[in-house]
Design a protein around this ligand. Structure first.
Ligand SMILES: [Ca+2]
Length: 232
């Protein structure tokens, strides 16, 4: 039972997003685009293409059983303009496949409820500790950060890997980041205790990503995404 998160085929497995079109519900500014400079046909998930006041979301059509442990890994690249804004979030929600929050400081998840968002925030709003932090945000309200921590690596301008691990038995959520520079190691950034199924009010949840821009803007891309866990 408990081993299901560690063995077997991933529930979601996109080394690139080629072929993902029918399995990802995309809203707002989000789109699957050709990866520039690649000789083979690769796709990336571009949550915002670098315009002002945009928000985008993308949800797997496969829902996740959040009463079980899971692990989600993804490669992120936030780039193009400086200073960048506003960042991206990995989100677990039970509002539905059309869920999309507003632009600006809500990082595309503002108003999505019930939800848990792990944000990678590149713009300092009045309620933020910095322009390079991570946070666990509950109920789609960016003013309420259940946990927050400075990122040990730059979130803007360089690609990085992130990993979100949920242990259902200990109801612990952990968030790690890793720079892609040679010799870098993965670092634990955030830890938060939460009964995820109880928080989102269902055992089956949509999972995916949101992002937004405001008066500052970025191209905000996910290059790969895998989830080990149980589907419903
Ligand atoms: Ca912010």
């Amino acid at each position: 039972m408990g081993a299901s998160a560690d063995t077997g085929d991933p529930l979601i497995d996109y080394p690139t997003f080629k072929g993902a079109s029918n399995n990802l519900d995309r809203n707002g500014a989000a789109d699957l685009i050709m990866s520039a400079g690649s000789k083979v046909d690769q796709r990336i998930l571009r949550l915002t293409p670098g315009g002002y006041r945009q928000s985008g979301s993308a949800w797997s059509t496969t829902r996740l059983d959040v009463t079980k442990s899971f692990e989600s890994s993804f490669k992120v690249y936030l780039h193009h303009f400086r200073p960048g804004a506003d960042g991206i979030a990995f989100v677990v929600q039970t509002e539905g496949p059309r869920a999309l929050g507003g632009w600006g400081g809500g990082v595309g998840y503002r108003g999505i409820e019930p939800s848990l968002a792990v944000e990678f925030d590149t713009y300092q709003n009045s309620y933020d500790p910095s322009r390079n932090h991570l946070a666990v945000v509950l109920g789609g309200n960016p003013n309420y950060q259940a946990e927050t921590a400075e990122s040990p690596i730059p979130l803007f301008g360089r690609p990085f890997n992130a990993r979100v691990v949920y242990d259902a038995e200990s109801t612990l959520l952990r968030v790690y980041v890793k720079s892609l520079s040679a010799g870098s190691t993965e670092q634990l950034v955030l830890e938060h205790e939460i009964d995820l199924a109880e928080h989102v009010g269902d055992s089956a949840a949509w999972i995916g990503f949101t992002a937004s821009t405001g008066t500052g803007l970025s191209k905000q891309d996910i290059y790969s995404w895998t989830v080990q866990g149980s589907g419903v």
